[in-house]
Design a binder for this molecule. Structure first.
Ligand code: ADP
Length: 312
C-alpha cells in the first residue's frame, strides 16, 4: 500500500480578501519526487510555505510526516528541509561553515555532526571548494550547497521552491542530475515547485498542476500525456499515395494529414499501433521506409487543463 508522507486537507490561504490557495487536497507518496507545476502567481510558494509552517492556513490543514502543520508545527519543522529562493548564503562564510552552522541550528548532535557533513559532501560533489568562501562559488555551486544544507539534519521531506530558477541551461541540467541522484540514493521525499515543464517532466514521479490557487489535475507525467490520446505517427514510403489511401479508412486513425512527403496520423495509443500499421502495409505490398512516434508534451497537457501556455 502506498504511504503518503504529505496529505493536505482543504488547505486554503487568504491574503486579506484575496484567496491565493483554494481548498487544495493532495497526497504525496513517500520516497517520491512530487512537483507542483504552475505559472507565476498560481499559489505554489504560498502552498509550500504553509506545508513548511512558515504561514498558517486560513482554513484546512495538512499532515506532514504524521504531524499536523497547525497543531504540531515544531515536529513538522524537525521532519523537513527547506530550500527557498530567498534563502541567501553568506558570502563571507565557506561552504563548510554554512553546513556546520546549519547542523548546529537544527540540533544535529555534536558527535554525529561531522559524519552528517561528510555525507552531504559526498552527495553535493563540492569537496574541493568546500573550504572556500561562498563568494567564489558559481550559481550552480551555491544552489547545490543550499540543497545540501537543507539535508544536513536528515529530513524526511525536502521542499524545493523553484530549484533552478535563474540558472542557465547547463547549470540547470547539472542541478537536475543532482536532484535525481538524491532521489535515487536516499529515501527522502522531494516536493518541488516549478514553472519549467522540462523540470516537472524529467524529475517528478507525480505532478499537480496548479492554476489560480487550485489543483486542476494531478498524476504521473506519462499518464497525463497518455491520457491526451493524441499521439502522432509519422510515416514515409515510396508509395505514400497508396499507403495514405489504405490508412485513411482504418478505424484507429482519428485524423490523417499528408503533405506530399510524409503521412501524419493522429491516433490514441501510438506505440501499440506501430506493428499493426507495418502489418497492414506489408499485406498490401507496401514498403514503409520510416515510421516515427511522437507523443504529446507536458505543454499540451498544461494547455488542456488551464486553457493557456505556462510560459506566456
Ligand atoms: P507562485 O509561487 O505560484 O508564484 P505565490 O504563492 O507567490 O505564487 O502567490 C500567489 C498569489 O498570492 C499571487 O497573486 C500573489 O500576488 C499573492 N501573494 C503572495 N504573497 C502575498 C502576500 N504576502 N500578500 C498579498 N498577496 C500575496
Amino acid at each position: 500500500m502506498v504511504k503518503y508522507i504529505i496529505e493536505t486537507k482543504d488547505i486554503t490561504k487568504y491574503y486579506d480578501n484575496f484567496r491565493a490557495v483554494n481548498s487544495i487536497n493532495l497526497k504525496v507518496p513517500e520516497n517520491s519526487a512530487y512537483g507542483i507545476l504552475g505559472p507565476n502567481g498560481a499559489g505554489k510558494s504560498t502552498l509550500i510555505s504553509m506545508l513548511c509552517t512558515i504561514f498558517s492556513p486560513t482554513q484546512g490543514t495538512a499532515i506532514v510526516n504524521g504531524y499536523d502543520i497547525v497543531k504540531e508545527p515544531h515536529n513538522v519543522r524537525k521532519s523537513i528541509g527547506i530550500v527557498f529562493q530567498s534563502r541567501a548564503l553568506d558570502d563571507i562564510l565557506t561552504g563548510r561553515e554554512h553546513l556546520e552552522m546549519h547542523a548546529a541550528l537544527y540540533g544535529v548532535k555534536k558527535d554525529i555532526r561531522q559524519d552528517a557533513i561528510n555525507d552531504i559532501l559526498d552527495l553535493i560533489n563540492l569537496k574541493d571548494k568546500i573550504d572556500e568562501k561562498v563568494k567564489n562559488y558559481s550559481g550552480g555551486m551555491k544552489r547545490k550547497l543550499e540543497i545540501g544544507r537543507g539535508l544536513i539534519h536528515r529530513p524526511k521531506v525536502l521542499f524545493l521552491d523553484e530549484p533552478t530558477l535563474g540558472l542557465d541551461v547547463p547549470t540547470r541540467e547539472n542541478i537536475w542530475s543532482y536532484i535525481k541522484n538524491l532521489k535515487n540514493t536516499t529515501d527522502i521525499t522531494i516536493l518541488l515547485t516549478t514553472h519549467y515543464l522540462e523540470e516537472a517532466d524529467g524529475l517528478c514521479d507525480e505532478i499537480a498542476i496548479i492554476d489560480q490557487g487550485e489543483i486542476v489535475k494531478s498524476d504521473s507525467p506519462s499518464n497525463l500525456k497518455n491520457e491526451l490520446k493524441i499521439d502522432t505517427i509519422i510515416l514515409k514510403s515510396l508509395e505514400n499515395n497508396k499507403l495514405k489511401d489504405i490508412l485513411q479508412n482504418q478505424d484507429f486513425v482519428n485524423e490523417l494529414k499528408y503533405d506530399g512527403s510524409e503521412i501524419r496520423l493522429s491516433v490514441d495509443k501510438g506505440a501499440k499501433l506501430i506493428p499493426k500499421i507495418v502489418h497492414i502495409a506489408e499485406t498490401n505490398n507496401i514498403n514503409v521506409d520510416s515510421i516515427e512516434l511522437k507523443q504529446p508534451s507536458l505543454e499540451e497537457v498544461f494547455i488542456k487543463y488551464t486553457g493557456y501556455k505556462i510560459n506566456k
